[in-house]
Design a binder for this molecule. Structure first.
Ligand SMILES: N[C@@H](CCC(=O)N[C@@H](CS)C(=O)NCC(=O)O)C(=O)O
Length: 235
């Protein structure tokens, strides 16, 4: 079965967590909105009055299933492609971790859009600066400190131990994205998360991920996505 991924064509955004899982699994997929008339097809799926229309991208079409919400998509793919533990407790655990990453992604987004996603960044620069300072003083140490501790406690190469899960792929994206958006802050902070930095490199070196990162399928970071580089926020 060839999956259809629906996500905004110009950004990594939340679609990237799904792309990384599909790429690691070596699964066949089409990034629909990046193809001709793909964005219109994506809108049509969201406007549907039958089935399970998603509220927002990313969503994945897998045969007859249409699955929305990043963590929900990963729950599905993790099970089918060996990117999650097999036990119920293990599945719930990695899903819980992914939902925590989902919360963190919202906070990353809110560093540049603290007043709301519909307003221009230029109209919320001062609050964004304040929010970014709080983000780095309080939230990054709390979230990444948590994942660093889990990694340490697991005693293996990955967050749940010896085997890679989709959570490790997402943590790769988090560390990599923060490096892009906040190079100065990350430079100073990385000494506090040596395990996560190693994890980022370990994931980047996996053959399928390495090939993906070097391919045109990997969209470059830019100032439309979740991770945006604004010098004034990286003081
Ligand atoms: N909780 C959802 C959030 C989905 C979401 O916010 N998608 C963004 C793009 S990254 C979007 O297009 N949102 C449209 C909107 O909120 O109106 C997830 O994790 O997938």
């Amino acid at each position: 079965m060839k999956y259809e991924l629906y996500y905004w064509p110009e950004i990594q955004g939340r679609g990237e967590y799904v792309r990384l899982a599909l790429e690691e699994a070596g699964a066949g997929y089409v990034d629909v909105a990046r193809g001709p008339r793909g964005s219109a097809a994506m809108m049509k799926m969201m406007d549907a009055h039958t089935g399970t229309p998603p509220f927002a991208p990313p969503f994945l079409k897998a045969g007859k299933l249409v699955i929305g919400q990043t963590a929900n998509i990963l729950l599905y793919l993790g099970d089918r492609h060996g990117l999650a533990p097999k036990t119920e407790a293990g599945k719930l655990w990695v899903h819980q971790l992914q939902l925590t990453i989902t919360d963190f992604v919202v906070e990353i987004h809110d560093t540049h859009h603290p007043l709301g996603p519909s307003l221009y960044y230029e109209d919320q620069k001062a609050p964004a600066k304040k929010r970014s300072a709080e983000f780095w003083d309080e939230r990054v140490p709390k979230y990444l400190g948590y994942f660093e501790r889990l990694l340490d406690d697991a005693g293996g190469a990955y967050v749940t131990g010896r085997r890679l899960t989709y959570v490790d792929l997402s943590l790769f994206q988090i560390v990599d994205g923060l490096r892009y958006a906040f190079p100065n802050r990350m430079k100073a902070f990385e000494k506090d998360i040596p395990g996560l930095v190693d994890l980022r490199d370990r994931v980047a070196a996996r053959p399928n991920i390495k090939a993906y990162l070097a391919s045109e399928r990997r969209i470059d970071y830019n100032e439309q996505g979740i991770f945006r580089r604004y010098k004034e926020l990286d003081a």
